[in-house]
Design a protein around this ligand. Structure first.
Ligand code: UD1
Length: 421
């Protein structure tokens, strides 16, 4: 297992490239199960989650080659319909193979992913949506067993207690692409990653309208064909890099960042006092000496403020003098990083889905433990500004979703190194 050792205080400087979006890539890879043709996916980030998904697809009968951020993938003719626990439990996005397997083979057996550190994370909306398309679904021995003679279009409301669901929208959209007739998904997730998946499906021959809005219409087709597709840049990685520059009072061009996918985050940073310049090339964080202003955030489904940037913003709040408040409306328990930041001197109180941050002048280095992907990113940011040497343990979480973040930060002048535990 690796850890990161970070000596805080170095302002970042230079240009950094954003990788392809993890949350786009994973469902897009699942969608390749919908065809017997070859697909080519470009700008694929080289991540542990990418490898986990490819491993599952190989188990389900796909051959692939993954080199230089390009994945060439083709089913080998076998029709394995079972996604086993050991391959699904490591990553929730694996549950997205349920819709494509069911649509292709009329049968699927996919392990339920279980909870994770950031909360309960049920899959009821995925199951409700697929049932509305005519699938008979039972839960037995930890698996969702689904079968159907043929899927039929339907009118589906996918809103849940916390709003829309990204992966449930994707799962149902993929199944509906091969169903008979027209499907309407209401309260669909509007995230750019859902739009990316829809665009890939359209390239495969699917008939989809309204992606990016809460109402998506899918008219089923008999067959989908292979396609070549380039995934969008990762908006959460981009936000993390922008924040790394801002928090260290550096000057960095985050090349490839798509500002139009990051409005809520960028508006907030501007309010705080971060100097940003947006161009076709990306987002330039300009050096600022100004004092940051305390601020509040409420996480919400897109286009609201993303829960995946909450931990990183909590670090910024920790060193912004005054009182800031976070309301977590997607995952009310996603606060594992609070205790770790407090070990670095932050003053954060959590009350249910709220965190009240009393900002201080400076954090001090400490050994800390990463608990999940985005919490890890928050702790790395904290290490970049703390006085002394911070050790971030269990960074395998970070490697699940950030392509060589330590290397990218190092190239910008951060004093950060990877070491064996
Ligand atoms: C995706 C992202 C994840 C992000 C999250 C919210 C991927 C691979 N992951 O996860 O990084 O944090 O969106 O933006 O794209 N819910 C239900 N029933 C369901 C499904 C979800 O109640 O069947 C709830 C969840 O517990 C959560 C909320 O809906 O409270 C949103 O979750 P959802 O959008 O489904 O998250 P994921 O798609 O799993």
């Amino acid at each position: 297992m690796d850890k990161l050792i970070i000596e805080g205080g170095a302002p970042l400087k230079g240009t950094v490239e954003v990788s392809g979006s993890k949350n786009s890539l994973l469902p897009i890879l699942a969608a390749t199960l919908l065809t017997r043709d070859k697909c080519v996916i470009k700008n694929a980030p080289d991540l542990r989650d990418t490898v986990s998904m490819l491993r599952l697809l190989r188990y389900l009968g796909s051959n692939y080659e993954f080199k230089d951020h390009r994945i060439v993938i083709k089913p080998n003719g076998s029709s394995e319909i079972e996604a086993p626990y050991k391959l699904v439990s490591t990553m929730r996005a694996s549950f997205c193979v349920l819709g494509p397997l069911l649509a292709r083979y009329g049968r699927a057996k996919v392990s339920l992913p279980g909870g994770c550190i950031i909360g309960v994370r049920p899959v009821d909306l995925h199951l409700k949506g697929l049932a509305k398309l005519g699938a008979k679904i039972t839960i037995r021995e930890g698996y969702a067993h689904a079968e159907t003679k043929h899927l039929k279009g339907g009118h589906i409301y996918l809103g849940g207690p916390f709003g829309s669901s990204v992966l449930a929208t994707g799962n149902v959209m993929m199944a509906a692409a091969l169903a008979r007739g027209t499907t309407i998904i209401e309260s669909a997730a509007c995230e750019p990653e859902v739009v990316d998946l829809a665009r890939f499906l359209i390239k495969m021959g699917a008939r989809i309208k309204g992606e990016g809005s809460p109402c998506i219409e899918i008219t089923g087709v008999k067959e989908l064909h292979g396609a070549e597709y380039e995934v969008i840049p990762d908006r959460i990685e981009a936000a993390t890099l922008v924040m790394a520059a801002a928090i260290t009072r550096g000057e960095v061009m985050v090349r490839g960042a798509r500002a139009e996918h990051m409005t809520a985050v960028l508006e907030k940073l501007k309010d705080v006092g971060v100097n940003l310049k947006i161009s076709k090339e990306g987002i330039l964080v300009k050096k600022t000496a100004r004092k940051f202003k305390p601020f509040d955030i409420v996480t919400l489904p897109y286009p609201g403020f993303p829960t995946d940037a909450q931990a990183q913003f909590m670090t910024l709040m920790s060193i912004t003098e005054g009182i800031s408040v976070i309301t977590e409306k997607i995952y009310p328990d996603r606060f594992m990083h609070v205790a770790e930041l407090n070990r670095m001197g932050a003053q954060i109180k959590r009350e249910g889905p709220y965190a009240v941050v009393h900002g201080i002048k400076q954090l001090s280095a400490a050994p800390v433990m990463a608990s999940d992907l985005r919490a890890s990113a928050g702790l790395v940011l904290a290490g970049l500004v703390a006085r002394g040497k911070t050790e971030v343990h269990r960074i395998y979480h970070l490697d699940r979703g950030y392509e060589r973040l330590d290397f990218k930060l190092q190239r910008l002048g951060a004093r950060i190194e990877r070491a064996r535990e």
